[in-house]
Write a protein that binds this ligand. Structure first.
Ligand code: HEC
Length: 190
């Protein structure tokens, strides 16, 4: 009886080891084990060029939603076409919350003022204000961050710098979007 249980255990252990080996053999495309927090991912997008990969990542990463003026109203609400030359110029409508007020940076200027290594370091630290999705950048591999850098850098400088962020408690002097949950009206709550 004891032997039988031991055999089952050994069999299970063998299957577990075989599973790990086959995952390693298959590489990143199959179900890879979940990364530990802080581990740098290795998955990356493949495209004809780094710039194409970067454009794809910017588009699916939703970077335009905040960093491109008129994107929400134009592209998302009316289906307007917007050429890449208009992308990522930053905005002067802030986002207010417990962090104060943050303004979506003009990435067309930011990426001319830093090199690739500085951008990757910034993305890994992810220490800026919300609602910038820093965890999304932190979850990208160096290869993907490098592609984003190549694309945005190649777009070149355009537009004006976004206003400086405000500390909590400082009243904004221009329109802003408040990240504050609203209570339902008495009628809707019925
Ligand atoms: C929900 C809105 C939002 C989205 C989506 C967003 N950002 Fe941001 N981003 C911001 C805001 C706001 C800031 C300014 C943060 C601050 O003040 O600390 C910022 C700052 C940055 C900065 C720092 C620039 C600098 O010069 O300091 C980088 C780089 C950046 N974003 C890249 C991206 C990329 C790449 C994407 C897409 C993957 C993206 N952002 C998507 C809102 C957004």
């Amino acid at each position: 009886m004891t032997t039988h249980i031991t055999n089952i255990r050994m069999h299970a252990a063998f299957l577990a080891v075989a599973g790990i080996l086959s995952l390693q053999a298959c590489g990143g495309a199959t179900a890879a084990p979940v990364k530990e927090a802080g581990e740098i991912p290795t998955q990356h997008v493949k495209a004809e060029s780094q710039i194409d990969a970067g454009r794809y990542l910017v588009k699916i990463g939703g970077c335009n939603d905040c960093h491109t003026p008129g994107y929400v109203e134009g592209v998302m609400m009316t289906g307007m076409e917007m050429p890449d030359t208009e992308w990522l110029k930053g905005g002067d409508v802030g986002f207010s919350g417990p962090w104060g007020v943050s303004y979506p940076s003009n990435l067309r200027l930011s990426f001319q003022n830093m090199d690739e290594a500085q951008f990757i370091e910034m993305a890994r630290k992810g220490q800026g204000r919300p609602p910038m999705p820093w965890p999304s950048l932190q979850a990208m591999s160096d290869a993907d961050l490098s592609a984003i850098y190549a694309y945005i850098h190649a777009l070149g400088a355009a537009g004006e710098p976004a206003p400086a962020a405000l500390s909590p408690g400082v009243a904004p002097d221009r329109p802003h979007i408040a990240f504050v949950p609203q209570a339902p009206t008495a009628q809707a709550a019925k």
